[in-house]
Design a protein around this ligand. Sequence first.
Ligand SMILES: [Zn+2]
Length: 122
Amino acid sequence: MYPLTCPDGSPHTMPDNIVDQADDAVVCSKCGIRQSEYDTSSKKQGAIVDALTVLILGDPVLVAEVLRKGMDVLHRTKQQDFIRMLSFFIKNMTDMSVDPRNAAAIDWCKRVSELDCRLPRI
Ligand SMILES: [Zn+2]
């Protein structure tokens, strides 16, 4: 998955006047990402944000149960991939700005991030 911004956080700089419509022709002048990669990435990231919204707005016990049942039908390697992704997510959460509304969550993420989270892909 490609980032929605250049590595420095600024928006990608795609050319305004596109003469050559070839896939490789439309490239960010700062970071080099191709427009087609960016488009695919932004759609995937939008879908992830939409799914996250559904997860957050649902009853946490029910959401957890549905996720657990969904895991039952996945390949065990994919189950481990999901938990690995969660470990990355939890580690990334430790960089969030903190105020009283999320302080307990960030503190929890920091404590969990101290665990050995090596989850090999088998
Ligand atoms: Zn860029």
